[in-house]
Structures are given as structure tokens and as C-alpha cells.
Design a protein around this ligand. Structure first.
Ligand SMILES: Nc1ncnc2c1ncn2[C@@H]1O[C@H](COP(=O)(O)OP(=O)(O)OP(=O)(O)O)[C@@H](O)[C@H]1O
Length: 305
């Protein structure tokens, strides 16, 4: 029996990004994301994860620019679209959650209005209708007292609540692709797991594909079906998450895995994020040494400098 493989929602082909036209910092990156799939991009700081996500959204800022390649979104090369067409896609069929919601939220506008605005702009709803939907959106992301919170300004909410608002904005128009760039890195460990679970649950319910950018292998292991590993602007390995953690092929990936925090002799990757966080919190409670961290290159000398 033959299986029908759906067309990818996102297909990046030989993407190169440079500082200006010549100084390449992303080199021929290619990967696909299938509808409803959560794909993880992992790698050290500066490896090129964020600029990959930003280029899909059309949010790269000068001096960075795409110098060659294709970013096919639902069969259309978004790099060939004009600014207006890209703005129409953003927030509607593709959206993004950033690490620090305060930089993405408008501090002068209530959160309810910021959610409603997406529905007015992209769905043509009236303001009263969009406002009702915004309250529903806040309820969906489990913001308590959503009616009241809709009238709050971002600074009146906690970091975790602000990130939930960002998720409500990003998912308001039921996008086909969500790019989540380190969505929980800025949050307390106690709220990180809840926010990740929320993203996973809502995207699963809507069939939204997710590009999850993270340096945290525990997060990637818990959330993603497939994983791409980035090292200095190159995608050096791509595997199913389970296979990657059990049998990493590239020396850099082996280094990355060896460099992850360890508690005692047990490794953390491949186990639930909640379990990992529980262990970290428990070890801190007991006043043990914090997990030791090394860089992948220190941990795995095979990796070339
Ligand atoms: N505005 C910019 N001008 C010049 N170089 C930049 C700019 N923004 C990013 N870069 C460079 O692009 C490379 C990739 O950066 P990117 O932010 O994508 O890394 P990352 O893997 O997401 O790391 P992090 O998790 O720290 O953000 C880095 O070498 C960085 O110095």
C-alpha cells in the first residue's frame, strides 16, 4: 500500500544569507516542514537559527539579506513577493513568536485590541466581533479572567502571561505555519513547560506546522518530530528527533549532545522537559552543584574549530 506524502507547507532550498551581498553567514540551507509537523532547529548561539526564521517571515533587517535560494511557502516562493503581499501573509497564514514578548507587543495598546487587530486586518471582522474573538483567544491560551485581562496593557502582565498573549496573537488567524524562536527562553523555569505544552496543544488542534528554534535540546526532544542541527550557518544534520538523540551522525551533533547539562550520570535529552526541569529545580533545592555546561567543541574534540 503506498502512502501519500503531503506537500510541505514550507520548503527552504539552498538559502544563503549574507551581511551585504558577499559576506555569507548562512550557507545553502535546505529543509522541508510538512503540514502539522513540528520541526526543530537547534544549534549554538550565532549558528543562524533566528535569521533562518526571520527570512521566512520577511523580517530580516539590513545589513542582512538573502543572497540566493528559495523559501517556498505553500508552493509559492515568498522571496519573490513584494512587501505588501508579505505583510498580508504575516500574522495570517504564517506568524511568529519571539523570545521576548515585550519587544513584539505594543506597550501603548491593550492586549485585547492587539489580538483583535489581527482579525480586523486579516479577516475583515468588525471591531466588536474581533473583540469578542480576542477574549475567546485569551481564554484559549488560559489567561485567567480573559474579559478583564483583554483591557490590560502588556506591562501589567507577567512574562508568562505576555507570552500567552503573543501566542494568542500569533494563532488568532489560525496560521498554517508558526515560527517560535526561543519562545520560553526568557521565562522562569516554572512557567516554561506550561507555555510549551500550550503551543503544542493549540498547534496540534489546528494542524499548524511549527518551526521551533531553540538552543535547548530538552525542549527540542520534547516538542519536535524532526530536527535540523545548525553549526556556523550550515545545516549539518537532519534526522527524526528520536534517531538524532539515539544515534547522532555528525560530530558537531555528538558534541552538542555531550555538552548538554547532565545531572549525575543520567542524560537529559529524549526525556520530557518537565522531568528535566523538575530535576534541575530539585537539585537546586538540595543545594547541589548546578549542571555543568561545556561547549560542543570542548565536549567533542572531533568537531573542528
Ligand atoms: N544585524 C546583523 N548584522 C550582522 N550580523 C548579524 C546580524 N544579526 C545576526 N548576525 C549574525 O548572523 C549570525 C547568525 O545569527 P542568529 O541570530 O541567526 O543566530 P542564532 O543561532 O539564532 O543564535 P541566538 O540563539 O544567539 O540568536 C551570527 O553570526 C550573527 O552574528
Amino acid at each position: 500500500m503506498s502512502r501519500i506524502c503531503p506537500d510541505p507547507v514550507l520548503s527552504i532550498r539552498n538559502l544563503r544569507i549574507g551581511v551585504g551581498k558577499h559576506n555569507a553567514i548562512l550557507h545553502n540551507v535546505s529543509f522541508d516542514i510538512l503540514p502539522g509537523e513540528t520541526y526543530g532547529l537547534v544549534g549554538e548561539s550565532g549558528s543562524g537559527k533566528s535569521i533562518t526564521g526571520l527570512s521566512v517571515m520577511g523580517l530580516l533587517k539590513r545589513p542582512l539579506q538573502v543572497t540566493s535560494g528559495e523559501v517556498m511557502f505553500q508552493g509559492q516562493d515568498v522571496l519573490k513577493l513584494g512587501n505588501r503581499a508579505r505583510r498580508r501573509l504575516r500574522g495570517d497564514r504564517m506568524s511568529m513568536i519571539f523570545q521576548e514578548p515585550m519587544t513584539a507587543l505594543n506597550p501603548l495598546v491593550t492586549v485585547g485590541r492587539q489580538i483583535a487587530e489581527m482579525l480586523v486586518v486579516h479577516r475583515g471582522m468588525s471591531w466588536p466581533q474581533a473583540r469578542r474573538k480576542a477574549v475567546e483567544g485569551l481564554e484559549n491560551v488560559r489567561v485567567p479572567s480573559p474579559e478583564e485581562r483583554a483591557r490590560s496593557y502588556p506591562h501589567q502582565l507577567s512574562g508568562g502571561m505576555r507570552q500567552r498573549v503573543m501566542i494568542a496573537i500569533a494563532l488568532a488567524c489560525r496560521p498554517d505555519l508558526l515560527i517560535a524562536d526561543e519562545p520560553t527562553t526568557a521565562l522562569d523555569v516554572t512557567v516554561q513547560a506550561g507555555v510549551l505544552e500550550l503551543i503544542a496543544e493549540l498547534c496540534k488542534a489546528e494542524g499548524t506546522a511549527v518551526l521551533l528554534v531553540s538552543h535547548d535540546l530538552g525542549v527540542i526532544a520534547n516538542m519536535c518530530r524532526r530536527v535540523g542541527v545548525m553549526d556556523r550557518g550550515r545545516l549539518v544534520e537532519e534526522q527524526d528527533a528520536k534517531a538524532l538523540f539515539e544515534n547522532p551522525l555528525h560530530p558537531y551533533t555528538r558534541g552538542l549532545l555531550a555538552a548538554r547539562p547532565r545531572l549525575g550520570s543520567r542524560t537529559l535529552a529524549g526525556r520530557g522537559r518537565l522531568t528535566e526541569l523538575d530535576q534541575v529545580v530539585a537539585s537546586e533545592d538540595r543545594g547541589r552543584d548546578a549542571p555543568t555546561l561545556t561547549t560542543p567543541r570542548e565536549a567533542c574534540p572531533e568537531v573542528t574549530a
